[in-house]
Structures are given as C-alpha cells and as structure tokens.
Design a protein around this ligand. Structure first.
Ligand code: GLA
Length: 740
C-alpha cells in the first residue's frame, strides 16, 4: 500500500520505498502539511507533527481558536487573504471582484495506477508497479468551486507527482489569477537552493544559494522553460553531498512560463511553490468548465544527490517518456548543420551520408535550409516544402539514397515559426503573433505563429505529415529559435488575453501529440537554439533533446554535468564537432571531444568528408566503442565524481555503471594542465564491493571496495608526455572497468 489513510479519515500518508509525505485535515477544514522526508512509520494520527504554537500580533482563524493562526501554519494548498500572508498556491477572482476563497475538505478517492492527463504531458503508471493515485476533493461552497488535489505515488522510484484541477460547479464566471501545481511547506529553512541557470551556449550551470528570509525564485516569462533557468531545482541540507544527506528534487512537466519559488517565513519555515508562472497568466473558468494545472514532480533522497538524480531519471524513463522509445537505444547520428550551414546540395549531403555509413554512423539528419528558399535565416519559415534549387530531385529522392546506404533519415523543422519572407506570410499574415498597432519584435529575423489557433496547427500538421510520408522520415529535430514577444491573439477576447501563453504551449503539445499518433515510429528530438526548452513537458513527446548549441568539449563538461542533476543521459544529445570550436574558438583533441560526447546520445556535427584519414579512423573507433557500451552510456546508472563547479574548476569526472555492476566506464577531464602535479587517485562509485574488476584490460585485478575506497592511481605524466595537437590542456582519460 502506497497510501495510508487514518481511521478517522483525517491523516493521509503517502509512502514510497524510502520517503513519507503526510498531510491532514485541520480544525478549520482546510489541509495542513505535516511531513515530507525519510520514510517513517504509519500511524492513525500525528499529534506531534500537527502541534501549533500561538504567536503574538497575528491574525487567527476565529475568535474562539486564537491559536489557529494561518500565517504560522504549514499548509497543503494555501489561499491568500484569510491570515496567511505568504504567497499563496492559488487565487480566484469571483464575479463581484472578491479574491477570497476557502477550500474545505470534502472527501477523497484512492485508485490503483495513474492515468495520463488529457491535454498535458504527464506521468503514467500501472497498478502492477504499486502506483497509486489519491484525489482529495475540496470545495469553496460560496463560489461553488470544486478543487481536486491529485497525488500519485511511485513507490519504486521514490517519486510523488502532484497536480490540481479546478471545476466550476456554479453559475458565476471565475477567474484564476494563479493556479500552481504544488505547494510544500517544510518546517525549517536549513537548506541550499540548487538551481541550473545560464544562457544560450552555457545552459544549466549549477548555482547554489543558502536560503534566506523572504522570497527567492527561479522562473521564466519567455513562453518556454528557457536557457536562463530550468524548472528543475533541489533543496539540499548544507552537509549533503553526492553520496549522503537529505535532498529534495522538484521538477515540472511543463514547457512554458514557470515559477519555482521558495519563501522562508519569519518563523523559518520554507514554502516551495511550483507551477505556471502567475505573471502573465490568468484563466477564466466558466460554469461547468474546468482547469487542469501541469504536473509537478517531487522526490526525496536521504542518500545524496547522485541517488536523487538516479531515482528521478528512472522515473522519467519508466513513467514519462514515450514507452516505444523509453528503452530503445538511440542511433548514433551525423547532423549537417555545422558541416554545411545553409550551403548544401544533394551531392554534398550524400557525400556526408556515404562517409557516415562507412564510419558506422546510423542516422543522417538534414538540418535547417532544405525548404522554401532558405539560404540564410531571413526567410521561408512556414514553407515546409523542399527548395528545388538545393534538392531538385526532391526530399524523397534524397531520403531514398540515405536509406539505401543503410542509414535512417531525419529532418529539421521549426514548426512554430514564420518568416515575413514566406509564402505562408503572404497567405496568412494574421497567423503571426503581433499586437495590433505595434511593430512586432523580431528574433533571429523570425516571428512566431499563433499556436492558440487550431487552423494554424492543422496547416502545419498537414505540411509536416506530407514531408514525413514522402520521405519516410525516421527522425524529426523540432527546433524553436526565439522566445515569444508581442503576446496578443485575435483568437482570444479582451478579458482572456492572459491565457495566451499557456494556450500557446497547449497548442505545441497538441501538434506533438497529433504527429506522434499518426507517425508513432518517428523519433523526436526537441531543440530550442540548443537547450532553451530542455524540460519534462517536451521529454514526454521527444525522448531526446539537443542539450546546447555549444559543442566545445570543455563547455560541454559544465553543461552536461549541470544537466545530469535533473535529467537522465538518454535525454542528453551530445555531439562531436570541429575545431577550432565554432562557439568558443577553442581547440580540443578528437579524443576529448568524443570522451565528453559519449555520456549521452552520441552524434557528429562536422564535415566528416573533409577530415584527415587519422580523424576519420578515430570517428570509426569512437562509434564502435560507443556502440559496444551504448546501453550503459544511455541507460546506465550515472554517478558524478568530481564537479567542475567546485574547487578550482579545473577537473571533472563522472561515470556510468550497468545494472548488474559488471561494467562501468569513468571519465576524468583535466581542463588546464598543472606543472608537477600532486599524486592522484580517482575514487569510483557504484561498483560491487565484492566483485573483482580489471581497469582498461589490466593484468592486475582490483576489488570493487578497493576501487571505491582506496581509489585508482591516475597517471598524469602520461597526459603531459602525450600532448595532442601541441597542447596537453583539455585532456581526458577514460577508465573501462569490467568484471574480471
Ligand atoms: C538552432 C539549433 C541548431 C541548428 C540551427 C539551425 O540554433 O540549435 O542546432 O539546428 O538552429 O538554424
């Protein structure tokens, strides 16, 4: 049983294998939060956890219960305006303008398994995996508003999902000013808030801040989860490490404007809110209508951050990613973008594909520039028909040849976008997002289609479907290269304009779902100028994502290390590109570039026809090596060993281990070399202490406990003595650990 309910029906205890989440019905009929953390025994009541203290100078619920002071309580889904002055989880405006509401507990329903939400990406789970779903029915009787708090417990992965549905049972039009997916009130504030921030080409760098009094938040208002902040955050005890200590993970299955907010109260309790950003949001719930929030993901680990990342990653692979691809090994690809940019013809592409086949690569992806008359980024978005000048024999012809070479064929689209210089704009200027009377704001010379309109989605769906059918596509790279401005939709009335951002994202999800239903065999990769929409909402449809436009090996260590906290390796697209690197101008060795890109879904993004024989054979070796260990690189247990965000930022190491701990691969990256360095050992993790292993086919045998506790000697002199391309900087070493 994953959910225990006390005999009096007042206490709800959600239990995973290692965690407990407890809430109750308080004296005033609203819900209180009692505990989230390491698993504890189930009881019929939790008097100790529900204890309150009366404070001076505080508002109380009634004159008779003056110790019931909302500002001082830990609540489960708090309103504003009845004595709790912290930011609330929701707010409703009634027709008379009142913004006060009171949600009283009515009943609950407990079911086995977890169904998907209908219009939103969401987790799913079977009764046979002990998944249980608890729905708590609340009501504001004055507003005739029913609210369902939905909890699903995934005991094996130590995850709980939460979402909220608002149902208007009355006659008045209600307006949601905010409708967050999850609130969690913790009793103290001794945590670090760990978030993943950055910008284009340097996404998801780890940022650690000690909680302080007041509000601190991570958010987006770009109608995308964004390069700047990611919806995944952790709260960790300051003494927690990768391997021990208490850590909470929070994520949101959503791709639009989000808010992760932490508020430390004057009594040092901590409120975590997750959901759609209340800025730029409102939603009208008409009589008999409803509103469903996106789903929040919460997870607790008492064994540090590696454990947290692993259990959340497992959860996504089992309960979020399209099951058709969840366990399927991802193809090694070559993408022509950095090889040709817009300058290609069929011969050039076929030459790349031929070489790719020779080197063992499995998928050829034709990137931007194949449609309309797109010779640079100023035109043709929306015209999803082939450019006859570049490909006079058409897409099908190209795709046939690629298929004949034994490769899969993938194609780039940017479905949500429109160029002014396009046939689509000539025909439908009104489909472009713009505010009447104002000059629309360009981004990369392009504008955005109004995805709140069904006719727009129908049109793009038809265009894409035709291309998928004619060229028998195996793979689609769905890009999104600018954030959305000039928010206004002629599709929406004056009072509903604030619904636009969320409706836009629902439109994106609708198109994804329609394409997947019609073409279930096509594998999707999501992309937004690299990692601008690297989130769980898109992961539901597109099992892998382009992590960053930055393919420099050194920068990629930071980006992939940061990303690994919140997302599994199978989602992380990682490519080897040319040097000097396009984004940083840095020269790194082929080996280092490969050894970084192995830890994810490997690809190549350079003109492989122009490489020296030596580099070509290096690719061939890398691809063969990767394929041999692909299952581990994509689906193994990932351990962070040494952080590039810590110390002198000069070293990073990580490793993957297979399920039965018979094979593991570790990598150590030395960014700048140091003269006369200290004696060094690397301490592996996740091995079987009792198993005997060889490292890089060594004669000598080492037990797992020795490799993990005493460490493995690292020969640094070797690196200095074998400088690559004239430099011993940016070096890397790989350790293949196999059971002896
Ligand atoms: C974005 C993507 C790149 C590439 C270009 C094409 O920047 O992130 O990988 O597809 O668009 O214009």
């Amino acid at each position: 049983m994953s959910v225990n309910i006390s005999e009096d029906g007042k206490f709800f205890h959600l239990r995973t294998k290692h965690s407990s989440y407890i809430f109750n019905v308080m004296e005033n009929g609203e819900l209180g939060q009692l505990y989230f953390g390491k698993r504890i025994h189930s009881q019929n009541s939790y008097g100790n956890l529900a204890k309150k203290e009366r404070r001076e100078a505080m508002v109380s619920w009634t004159t008779t219960a003056d110790d019931f002071q909302p500002d001082n309580l830990k609540q489960e889904y708090a309103s504003f305006g009845k004595g709790d002055f912290r930011d609330p989880a929701y707010q409703v405006t009634a027709e008379n303008g009142s913004r006060i509401s009171e949600l009283h507990y009515e009943s609950y329903q407990l079911e086995k398994g977890k169904n998907r939400l209908s219009d939103l990406p969401s987790a799913f789970g079977k009764a046979s995996d002990d998944v249980e779903t608890l729905e708590i029915f609340l009501r504001d009787s004055l507003l005739d508003l029913k609210v369902i708090l939905k909890y699903s417990v995934f005991p094996n992965e130590d995850v709980i999902t939460k979402s909220v549905e608002f149902i208007n049972l009355g006659q008045q039009h209600l307006n949601l000013n905010r409708a967050l997916s999850s609130q969690l009130d913790l009793p103290d504030d001794q945590y670090d808030l760990i978030s993943f921030s950055g910008s284009w080409a340097r996404e998801r760098h780890e940022v650690v801040d000690r909680l302080k009094s007041g509000v601190q938040s991570i958010s987006s208002l770009r109608t995308a989860s964004s390069h700047q902040h990611n919806p995944f955050v952790m709260l960790a005890r300051p003494d927690a490490t990768e391997d021990q200590g208490d850590v909470f993970g929070f994520n949101l299955i959503y791709s639009g404007n989000f808010l992760d907010q932490v508020e430390v109260s004057s009594y040092s309790s901590t409120r975590v809110l997750q959901g759609i950003n209340p800025e730029e949001f409102a939603w009208e719930v008409k009589p008999d209508d409803h509103f469903q929030t996106p789903e929040a993901v919460l997870s607790f680990s008492g064994q540090g951050k590696n454990q947290l990342s692993q259990q959340m990653g497992d959860f996504y692979e089992k309960h979020l990613v399209n099951p058709r691809f969840a366990n399927q090994q991802r193809p090694v690809l070559v993408n022509n973008w950095e090889a040709t940019y817009f300058d290609f013809d069929e011969n050039k592409l076929i030459a790349i594909a031929k070489k790719a086949a020779e080197l063992g690569i499995e998928l050829f992806v034709l990137d931007d520039g194949w449609f309309g008359h797109r010779d640079d980024d100023t035109s043709s978005l929306g015209d999803w028909f082939v450019d006859q000048n570049k490909l006079p024999q058409g897409l099908a012809h190209l795709s046939n040849q690629v298929h004949q070479l034994g490769l899969k064929f993938g194609l780039w689209f940017e479905p949500e976008m429109i160029s002014i210089d396009s046939k689509l704009y000539e025909q439908h200027p009104e489909w472009m997002i713009a505010t009447p009377g104002r000059t629309p704001t360009p981004g990369r010379n392009q504008f955005v289609l109004d995805f709140t309109r069904d006719e727009v989605i129908d049109y793009i769906f038809d265009m894409m479907s035709a291309r998928i059918e004619e060229s028998k596509l195996d793979y689609i790279k769905w890009d999104m290269n600018r954030y959305i401005t000039d928010m206004f939709s002629s599709n929406l009335s004056r009072s509903n304009q604030l619904e636009m951002s969320h409706r836009y994202i629902l439109g994106v999800y609708k198109l994804y779902q329609r394409l997947i239903d019609r073409f279930p065999e096509v594998l999707f990769e999501s992309c937004a100028s690299g990692g601008g929409r690297f989130d769980l909402g898109l992961m539901y449809y597109a099992p892998q994502a382009w992590t960053s436009d930055d393919t420099d090996a050194v920068e990629r260590i930071l980006i992939q290390y940061g990303t690994s906290y919140g997302y599994p390796l199978s989602m992380i697209g990682a490519h080897v590109s040319d040097v000097p690197n396009y984004q940083t101008g840095r020269v790194t060795s082929f080996a280092s570039r490969g050894q970084v890109a192995y830890f994810g879904d490997l690809g190549y993004e350079l003109d492989i026809t122009k490489l020296s024989e030596k580099d070509q054979s290096e690719i061939q070796k890398q691809v063969a090596f990767y394929k041999k260990y692909r299952q581990i690189f994509q689906f193994g247990n990932f351990y962070r060993l040494q952080s590039p965000f810590a110390g002198d930022h000069n070293v990073a190491s990580w490793m993957v281990v297979n399920q039965d701990k018979t094979t593991a691969i570790a990598a150590r990256y030395q960014i700048l070399n140091r003269p006369n360095p200290s004696y060094l050992r690397i301490y592996f993790k996740g091995l079987d202490a009792a198993k005997a292993y060889r490292v890089n086919n060594s004669e000598e045998i080492f037990y797992g406990d020795e490799l993990m506790n005493a460490g493995f000697f690292v020969d640094q002199i070797l690196n200095i003595n074998q400088p690559i391309q004239g430099s011993a900087d940016f070096s890397s070493q790989l350790f293949v650990i196999t059971e002896a």
